[in-house]
Design a protein around this ligand. Structure first.
Ligand code: NAD
Length: 299
């Protein structure tokens, strides 16, 4: 069965992007949020997103207008869920909240609806028991700016029906993503399992005074031909997020280096209002960060 109706639950940063991506690829897409002001923000966000996607992908006006025509917005879950073939959930990263949301969805969605979570740090097995349909539940994880960073990590839990896994992989392709099959549950999927240790090592080098952020980035960019180094990436992710993770793991595991890295981020950057691209300054200043200038890799 083809997936034609998608329900997005949680219309914040990622939910709004996932919804637009689905609509752009022809799905009837309903944006649902518990908060009416979030729905209004999402509508405004979709106007901006349409323009950004059009510029980045070189699409014509008709294609963007067609995407807008496929989008509808609701704070009424019963109506929003009525025709859903697939749910993509992007509510905040709180396991209890996610479980509660899926239990509620199970009551209002048709029996055939497939449930997916966009959770970055939780394993689907931690939520599956609350969904009422664990065999139709798995993770479908997107990256920020999904129209250009178009990988979709599809991760099943031991109880996911193999046919549903294949259908979600096909759905990811249908909406213009490159699906990454993750056959066993793993924290961080593939991308974050690679990226987080690299970013942590970069922070450790800088926090311990081994090398300065621009030199660390230069090393990575010249040696791997990557378009950005770890500190350019950290500016995009946001230093507050990096701090929260470092502080959380430091406290949870007693890792002193993690706490040193958190303090480095807080004292040198966050307390000075340097949160990354969102505030116009982090490790670099925006919109014209030095790491994107041609001479950065030569000096
Ligand atoms: P966000 O805070 O921007 O948006 C969350 C939205 O969920 C808000 O609009 C909020 O009103 C809504 N919400 C809260 N409770 C709800 C409920 N009971 N029912 C419906 N809506 C509800 O969050 P985000 O950054 O988009 O992250 C959402 C999820 O996506 C998280 O699981 C996160 O791990 C994942 N994710 C985020 C990113 C990212 O870069 N931000 C990347 C990949 C995955």
């Amino acid at each position: 069965m083809t997936i034609t109706h998608v329900l997005i639950v949680g219309t914040g940063t990622l939910g709004s992007q996932i919804g637009f991506q689905c609509a752009l690829h022809g799905c009837e897409t309903t944006m649902y949020d518990i908060d009416a002001s979030a729905i209004e923000a999402c509508k405004r966000g979709h106007e901006r997103l349409g323009k950004a996607i059009q510029a980045d992908l070189g699409l014509d006006d008709a294609r963007i207008a067609a995407a807008h025509a496929k989008l509808s917005y609701s704070t009424d879950l019963v109506t929003a869920a009525r025709d859903a073939d697939l749910v993509s959930e992007s509510v905040p990263e709180d396991p209890a909240l996610k479980r509660q949301v899926f239990a509620q969805l199970d009551e209002v969605c048709p029996p055939h609806t497939i449930f997916t979570t966009n959770s970055s740090t939780l394993l689907p097995g931690e939520i599956a028991g609350a969904t009422g349909r664990p065999e139709r539940f798995l993770a479908l994880h997107f990256a920020n700016q999904i129209w250009v960073r178009n990988i979709a990590e599809v991760m099943r839990h031991p109880g996911t029906d193999p046919e549903i896994f294949e259908r979600v992989i096909a759905f990811a392709k249908q909406i213009g993503m490159v699906p990454i099959r993750i056959e066993k549950e793993h924290n961080g999927y593939v991308l974050n399992a690679l990226l987080v240790p690299m970013l942590t090592s970069a922070l450790t080098l800088a926090a311990n005074g081994i090398a300065a952020p621009p030199d660390i980035d230069r090393t990575w960019m010249i040696a791997t031909k990557a378009p950005a180094g770890p500190f350019g990436i950290l500016d995009l992710i946001g230093l507050q997020t990096a701090y929260t993770i470092a502080q959380y793991w430091g406290q949870k595991t007693g890792d002193a280096q993690s706490l040193t890295n958190a303090a480095f981020l807080k004292e040198r950057y966050i307390d000075r209002g340097k949160l990354g691209t969102s505030t116009g300054e982090g490790f670099y200043t925006y919109p014209d960060p030095t790491y994107l200038r041609p001479d950065f890799l030569r000096s």
